[in-house]
Design a protein around this ligand. Structure first.
Ligand code: PRX
Length: 653
């Protein structure tokens, strides 16, 4: 395995033996109560997976029932084919016939402190209005709509409006640059862009519309841009193309019945990083995706009507799609949404919000938890967190120390922690404790959910033994699975299904302990997980070499206490150029411009040459070792020129 840099962490957590069973009170009230019940559900799903998923899908509203639960023509799956369904109907209209009509669907707080609450009835109305705005600009079933927005209720409204009329949305995280936005818009051939003048982040404005203006100079498919007035700053509005959201909403009525869509209708495309420079447009469809998002929200978060649920992820990531918008709203939950940074104006903003709105379920990333630890307990102690009853994490392995801090300082030892493993590609949670059933152990996502068939295998498809490392694979199709990479079935097949025969290759290393609990050891490919965000090293390399001073670049991850991985770039320069701090700063800015600030290298090292094999392949493994520890322990027999390595090592000292 090539998870060298992670093996130290694995060593230390091997000795983790603390078990935290759910309290009897929590278990008694939970949707899934006790391990025996969970085992029974697993056995039931194992015995007849299709019947299990059909039963879960039946909890949704279908205009027409499906003909077939699963049509599996590897690697292409169709779930609930023949069925007609609408995600927006399931998230909204379904609740209007009950008391939930007047329940808060979204409670929102902006970074400056402004707030808004939308009941299901009000959210429904806004979604219908905006769906009619989309129609007014000729957006039809199957058209793609790009969404590049701040975390305001309008982002959810825009997504649900697309879903309502069968337009496929592609949300692009607001931290991506104009160039990244342009490439994603062009790859999907979007017709319309929804954005805002700006977003508030740490007290300053992120200028979204300016980035859109840049991007739209090279996006021939875009005819219309709708702009939310969020910050009120001066922006350019191009006549004929750009329209204000609030003005357009006044030109339409609120009557917009939800379209009856095929279960396999494309709901959204979400771009994620892979092993090549080109981001992959992960395609998710309708009926199967919603079935899994809704079920996992109910079970993993033990979602109840009284809960105030807060997932801190930005809607620009898959966590925001499945667990801010679709899963919770399909359950009729109350979702808290916050626009800004956790440390603005002070590092206690999150705890203040939990206290103010009496949040009961809190779902965040390990990297955030590590930041909270650094900022100190005193910020937590200023607030009353007694409303919390359940905590969750996602995005990267959580180190047991951070888990224990989360458990004790935030959860006061009372709240179960659900460590949820999944991916953009899986659509929904795959491995996780159920809080009223699974005894948890710090650092492990525990076991696959019922209906999910996970294994850990060697390259040649052999299941590994207890505590042996291997590749995490998924053996059976699941309803929320990606259907393809947008426009590239071949890449879809190659990337996920050709690596190990007959199974889905997740790209993570893992092992299973004697309890059958899964320990994720991190990525095994050239993808690094920086502060819970997935970045392809090839993407950053291609940004670097597009700078005129750079001849060649290799990017690797280095274990980092706060971020999980830090980005280290080894760069060789053109001709007689020499590296200095000024050039380092310029290269960091260049990467921010090409991809976004989240991809800026933490460390840039200049070198005359990079270590290569005789066939000219950069030996990233060596660079990873140099970045992590300054020494190379592994095999160097295939290295072409040993002096390069010597030089890199000396530079390091
Ligand atoms: O490496 C795993 C890590 O995040 C990757 C998926 O990243 P992304 O598609 O951006 O989705 C993140 C949110 C679902 C995985 O391949 N990962 C995610 N959750 C966990 C995790 N690693 C360990 N433990 C987790 N709970």
């Amino acid at each position: 395995m090539t998870v060298n840099s992670e093996s130290h962490a694995i060593e230390s957590i091997l000795h983790e033996s603390r078990l935290f069973p759910p309290t009897p009170e929590f278990a008694a009230a939970a949707h899934v109560s006790g391990e025996a019940e969970l085992d029974r559900l697993r056995a039931e799903a194992e015995a007849d997976p299709e019947a299990f998923w059909a039963d879960k899908a039946a909890h949704l509203h279908w205009f027409k029932p499906w003909d077939r639960v699963l049509d599996w023509n590897p690697p292409f799956a169709k779930w609930f084919d023949g069925g007609k369904i609408n995600v927006s109907y399931n998230c909204l209209d379904r609740h209007l016939g009950s008391w939930r009509r007047n329940k808060a669907a979204i409670i929102w707080e902006g970074e400056p402190g402004d707030t808004r609450t939308l009941t299901y009835q009000q959210l429904h109305r806004e979604v219908c209005l905006f769906a009619n705005v989309l129609k007014k600009f000729d957006v039809k079933v199957g058209d793609r709509v790009a969404i590049y927005m701040p975390m305001t209720p309008e982002i959810a409204i825009a997504m649900l409006a697309c879903a309502r009329i069968g337009a496929t949305h592609s949300v692009i995280f607001g931290g991506f640059s104009a160039e990244a936005l342009r490439d994603r818009i062009n790859d999907a051939g979007c017709k319309l862009v929804v954005t805002a003048d700006g977003a508030w982040r740490r007290g300053t404005e992120v200028k979204l519309k300016a980035a859109v203006d840049d991007a739209l100079t090279q996006t021939p498919s875009v005819t219309t841009c709708i702009v939310v007035n969020r910050t009120g700053s001066q922006i350019h509005m191009q006549p004929g193309r750009d329209h204000w959201w609030h003005e357009m909403m006044e030109t339409v009525n609120d009557d917009c019945p939800a379209s009856e869509l095929d279960s396999e209708h494309p709901l959204f495309i979400l771009y994620t990083s892979g092993t090549t420079g080109k981001p992959k447009g992960i395609l998710h469809t309708t009926g199967g995706y919603l079935t899994q998002a809704a079920l996992t929200t109910k079970w993993v978060f033990d979602m109840k009507d009284e809960d105030v649920y807060w997932c801190t992820a930005d809607v620009g990531w898959v966590t925001g799609h499945s667990y801010v918008v679709y899963g919770p709203l399909a359950n009729g939950a109350t979702v808290l949404m916050y626009e800004g940074a956790p440390n603005f104006p002070e590092p206690d903003r999150f705890w203040q919000i939990i206290d103010k709105y009496k949040v009961t379920i809190f779902y965040t990333a390990p990297t955030a938890i590590r930041a909270f630890i650094r900022w100190g307990e005193r910020w937590v102690l200023k607030h009353d967190l007694r409303s919390l009853r359940l905590l969750g994490t996602v995005g990267e392995p959580i180190n047991p120390e951070a888990w224990m801090w989360y458990h004790q300082v935030i959860g006061k030892g009372r709240c179960p922690i659900v460590d949820t493993w999944w991916q953009t590609e899986t659509g929904g949670i795959m491995i996780s404790p159920l809080p009223g059933a699974t005894p948890t152990k710090p650092g492990t996502a525990t076991k696959p959910l019922p209906g999910i068939d996970i294994d850990i295998q060697t390259r040649d498809g052999r299941s590994v033994g207890v505590n042996e490392g291997g590749y995490l694979v998924i053996k059976r199709p699941w309803p929320g699975m990606l259907r393809t990479i947008w426009g590239d079935d071949e890449r879809f097949r190659k990337q996920y299904w050709d690596e190990i025969e007959g199974v889905y290759f997740a790209g993570d290393g893992a092992r299973r302990d004697e309890l059958g609990y899964h320990w994720i050891m991190g990525r095994v490919d050239d993808v690094i997980n920086v502060s819970g965000h997935r970045l392809g090293t090839a993407e950053i390399e291609s940004a670097l070499v597009s700078h005129e001073a750079v001849a060649e670049a290799a990017v690797v991850g280095r274990p980092d206490e706060m971020k999980g991985s830090a980005i280290v770039a080894f760069v060789s320069l053109e001709g007689s150029r020499t590296g200095n701090d000024e050039l380092k700063a310029a290269l960091r800015e260049h990467v921010a411009k090409e991809i976004g600030a989240l991809a800026k290298p933490d460390d840039i090292r200049f070198s005359d040459a990079l270590p290569k094999t005789r066939s000219g392949k950069i030996m990233r493994r060596l660079l990873r070792e140099i970045a992590a520890s300054g020494v190379v322990m592994g095999d160097v027999s295939t290295l072409e020129d040993f002096s390069v390595l010597e030089k890199l090592r000396t530079d390091e000292e």
